[in-house]
Unconditional design. Structure first.
Length: 406
């Protein structure tokens, strides 16, 4: 703090403040802190139910905990191989062959990362030359904006429409000679859209025709509703050497704090990703990598139960939100409800603040998912215990009483 002490001339003057921060621009100047994470801090401060940040408040499968404890007791405390423990890469290769229909060499085509967050950042740093353009469907998971800024990419946004359709002409128009990558996220956060086979085929053709890489974040691949199937764009003909598929243990096994994810790509892409990953983080936590091998040994019924549990949760929150006056649709996948709040007559940020302070429920302002717009939206997650969701619905019902009292 600046020292101003009139009359204190006998004191040594305070050293001049460095002008560094006012004169030196930084890439960190171009984006704000995560609003999703900020809402979690606000939820804690106001003792509100956190339906903002997408993490479960229920336990992970016991098999994972047992395996993590065993790994720690076995003193698996030192670095794993930089690009992932061998047994984990082998288990990922087997699982992806079975579920996604894609074949990756554990030796040369799989990189275990600190969550999908690092996988996305490392992928962009690996392929973006500053000034390159990336196509980003909007609304988008908020990390992709800063990811683009940090890597020097120029984002070009293409809309996911309110009816969840994509506008093919807008996608074609967004491609230029500078286009380097398309960022995909299916099932999608925040809209819940699951890209159809025809839409993915269209995007794959765009990538092939214009020599563009698809970076596809498939973290919600097991959270699908109403019989939908997951399709990886990397499994399309001609996409194997131009797709980076990102996955994670966070959502599928309810361990978001473990920070274990992965990037799958052909050998040449992987060689670049691994170099970036190595110098960013060295590696993901070794004992938890061992526990993730146990996760991949869970039976198929685990995945069916996970989807069925989330189906029940989405209906609980959907009904509660509708009763409280929110306009929303049931999502096709992932674990968010992206609501329309236009009839409440408040901006997204003002309404989010009101909800956390006065109603006791935290949500994410819609504008966090747009480069421009989203002020009539709020995102709620239903990755919570049924009782947590029911409690939140009861609190939200107060909105009706307030409305009818006025
Ligand atoms: N993906 C989750 C969300 O959108 C969590 C984000 C995070 O904070 N890492 O809420």
């Amino acid at each position: 703090m600046k020292q101003t002490q009139p009359g204190a001339s006998t004191q040594t003057p305070a050293p001049a403040r460095s002008s560094f921060f006012s004169t030196q621009p930084s890439r960190a100047d171009h984006f704000t802190e995560s609003v999703i994470r900020e809402m979690t801090r606000l939820a804690i401060a106001h003792n509100a139910i956190n339906l903002a940040q997408g993490f479960p408040d229920f336990p992970c499968p016991g098999e994972l905990k047992t395996a993590a404890c065993t790994a720690l007791h076995a003193d698996l405390n030192q670095y794993a191989i930089t690009w992932g423990a061998t047994d984990l890469r082998e288990a990922i290769a087997a699982r992806v062959a079975h579920y996604n229909g894609m074949h990756f060499s554990p030796e040369t085509e799989i990189t275990v990362t600190c969550g999908s967050t690092e996988a996305m950042m490392a992928s962009m740093l690996a392929i973006i030359h500053p000034g390159d353009e990336v196509i980003v469907p909007e609304p988008f998971y908020e990390n992709y904006g800063p990811d683009a800024q940090i890597s020097g990419a120029v984002p070009r946004y293409v809309p996911i429409r309110d009816d969840l359709a994509i506008d093919e002409e807008a996608w074609k128009a967004a491609i230029t000679k500078k286009s380097r990558a398309i960022i995909l996220n299916s099932p999608n956060n925040p809209t819940g859209k699951v890209f159809s086979k025809a839409e993915l085929a269209f995007i794959a053709d765009l990538c092939i025709d214009h020599d563009v890489v698809a970076i596809t974040d498939e973290i919600y691949e097991h959270i699908l509703y109403d019989g939908r199937q997951h399709i990886s764009i990397g499994s399309f003909d001609g996409m194997d050497d131009r797709t980076i598929t990102i996955g994670s243990f966070s959502k599928t096994y309810s361990v978001t704090g473990w920070r274990v994810g992965y990037a799958l790509a052909d050998e040449q892409l992987t060689a670049r990703i691994r170099k970036i990953h190595d110098f960013l983080t060295v590696g993901a936590p070794a004992p938890l990598q061992r526990a993730c091998v146990a996760a991949l040994a869970l039976p198929e019924t685990y995945y069916r139960d996970l989807a069925a549990d989330y189906d029940r949760k989405r209906k609980i929150l959907f009904n509660g939100l509708r009763r409280a006056g929110f306009a929303c649709q049931l999502p096709e996948g992932a674990y968010y409800l992206f609501t329309d709040i236009a009839n409440f007559g408040m901006s997204d940020t003002a309404f989010a603040r009101f909800l956390v302070e006065k109603i006791g429920v935290a949500a994410v302002p819609g504008s966090s998912f747009y480069h421009d717009g989203g002020e009539t939206r709020l995102r709620f997650t239903f990755s919570k215990k049924d009782e947590t969701l029911l409690d939140a619905c009861n609190r939200l019902a107060k909105l009706n009483e307030m409305g009818s009292a006025s």
